[in-house]
Write a protein of this length. Structure first.
Length: 138
């Protein structure tokens, strides 16, 4: 199967497939006499796997490790489970950071709204150049 057909089937672009090849996530396929890449069913399964785990937030280096495990005939679940747990902890940390950022933005917005009610509105965010957080409503 040619790269365009594979890309359409998997939901990737040909450039993405070439990128995975360059980064050794997908073996370089054989070429036809005309120079076209020729992909097999195993390549399609590998690309579908890469797309699925990338959708779970795994980075290329992590995907490479998962591909190594996938290549193991035993398909051990424990190392995959550990990687999934680590990814979940990472996502939870990022969510906590985003929630903290959301609170800080709400405080900054509240401070701006409070200042805008005054006749001579001076932006509290710009005024607090040395502070890392906006004024809280006391």
């Amino acid at each position: 199967m040619h790269i365009g057909s594979v890309a359409k089937k998997i939901g990737l672009t040909p450039d993405a497939i070439r990128f995975y090849e360059r980064n050794a996530l997908l073996p370089r396929p054989p070429r036809t006499e005309g120079g076209f890449r020729q992909y097999g069913e195993r390549d399609i399964e590998t690309l579908a796997f890469i797309r699925r785990v990338q959708g779970l937030g795994f980075k290329l280096s992590e995907i490479r490790g998962l591909l190594d495990l996938r290549g193991n005939r035993l398909h051990p679940c424990a190392p995959v489970r550990r990687r999934l747990e680590e990814k979940l902890v990472d996502v939870q940390r990022k969510l906590a950071d985003l929630q903290k950022l959301e609170r800080e933005l709400r405080l900054a917005l509240r401070s701006c709204n409070k200042e805008l009610r005054k006749r001579s509105a001076h932006c509290p965010i710009l005024r607090e150049a040395n502070n890392s957080k906006p004024e809280s409503n006391k």
